[in-house]
Ligand binder design. Structure first.
Ligand code: IPM
Ligand code: MN
Length: 361
């Protein structure tokens, strides 16, 4: 099989972790005799420096012409403390999500046996955690109009806006995912306060009738923030709006042990993008210290969701698990005897190649 992937490495640690993901994809291509071609494109601070635009048209075209997009990270400290900056790297990511229609962000959260001791949470609470968050990605307060500042500059406003259509299309994805899992959807909202949340409840309740096998429950986001770390096994599929999903998935990463572990998929009708949920982590950029596993697991999600290469995707996940079992990790996980970004990437790629022989025999 022959496929093409757009590589948007982005800022900070983005390029070095993406390189490891590509290394693993190349290992898969070798083992399964596939042909994967890559097209690199600019995004974020790197794109602003080169073109003045954080999501240049040339990048948009490459994204539309390829079979899937692998994305690294976005953000640069020179913009973070400058409220006057007119163009910000993050606008590139938001513009890309909107222009490519990537409305469903899928963020799986799992605990790993070997990583249980490094989580600040109690082992018995997090052992066996396995849920997935469906975060709406192109609506809500991130994009709602009107937004801005009053003329005198003393008032600022953002609007949270949702349409029934926006809610329905991601809800279908969440219910379909639940059908293949433990058949439970938890809608996280703030329906006791927000009109948009009440529309979510109403719409999702009506839509749930099409999925009689699925149990739907509701939880206010403040309560959910507590439950996620108090009893994460309560959750199977979590369905929620854009900003709540952003916040609770960073929180949930504590269960896996490091933000560097979590992958994500952003799905649309025509395009799909895969990225680790971590940011650009400029403090360690270029130092061969960043954890590449979030990026590598994002590549595994790419194979599963964009190409439907399930066996290939599972092989990457198995190779990651094996590497973790050996305690072969970057410093965010085990400080003692920590390995570099490249070395962890090499190890996972080598397990992909050797495990495949075991499978073949
Ligand atoms: C994420 C990030 C982005 C978001 C930022 C960088 C705009 O935090 O993908 O979770 O808020 O969606
Ligand atoms: Mn976030």
């Amino acid at each position: 099989m022959s496929k093409s992937i757009a590589i948007l490495a982005g800022d900070g640690i983005g390029p070095e972790v993406t390189k490891q993901a590509v290394k693993c994809l190349d290992a898969i291509a070798e083992v399964f005799n596939h042909k994967i071609s890559y097209q690199e494109a600019l995004i974020g601070a790197a794109a602003i420096d080169a073109t003045g635009n954080p999501f240049p048209e040339a990048t948009e075209e490459i994204c539309k012409a390829t079979d899937a997009i692998l994305f690294g990270a976005i953000g640069h400290p020179k913009y973070d403390n400058d409220p006057t900056a007119k163009v910000r790297p993050e606008q590139g990511l938001l513009a890309m999500r909107k222009k490519l229609g990537l409305f469903a962000n899928v963020r799986p959260v799992n605990s790993y046996e070997v990583l249980l001791p490094i989580s600040p949470l109690k082992e018995e609470i997090i052992r066996g955690t396995d849920f997935v968050v469906f975060r709406e990605l192109t609506g809500g307060i991130y994009f709602g109009e009107p937004r801005g500042r009053s003329e005198d500059g003393n008032i600022a406003f953002d609007s949270c806006v949702y349409t029934k259509h926006e809610i329905e299309r991601i809800a279908h994805y969440a219910f379909k995912a639940a059908e293949k899992r433990r058949k439970k959807v938890t809608l996280v909202d703030k329906a006791n306060v927000l009109a948009t949340s009440r529309l979510w409840r109403e719409t999702v309740t009506a839509l749930a009738k099409q999925y009689p096998e699925i149990k739907l429950d509701f939880m206010f986001v403040d309560n959910a923030a507590m439950k996620i770390i108090q009893n994460p096994k309560h959750f199977d599929v979590v369905l929620t709006e854009n900003m709540f999903g952003d916040i609770i998935t960073d929180e949930a990463s504590v269960i896996s042990g490091s933000l560097g572990m979590l992958p994500s998929a952003s799905l649309g009708t025509n395009q799909s993008l895969f990225e680790p949920i971590h940011g650009s982590y400029p403090e360690v950029a270029g130092q061969n210290k960043a954890n590449p596993i979030g990026a590598i697991l994002s590549a595994a999600m790419l194979l599963e969701y964009a190409f439907q290469w399930h066996e290939e995707s599972n092989l990457i996940k198995k190779a990651v698990a094996k590497t973790l079992d050996e305690g072969f990790t970057t410093e965010d996980i085990f400080k003692e005897n920590a390995k570099g970004t490249e070395e962890v990437g090499d190890k996972i790629a080598s397990f992909i190649k050797s495990d495949s022989k075991v499978l073949a025999n």
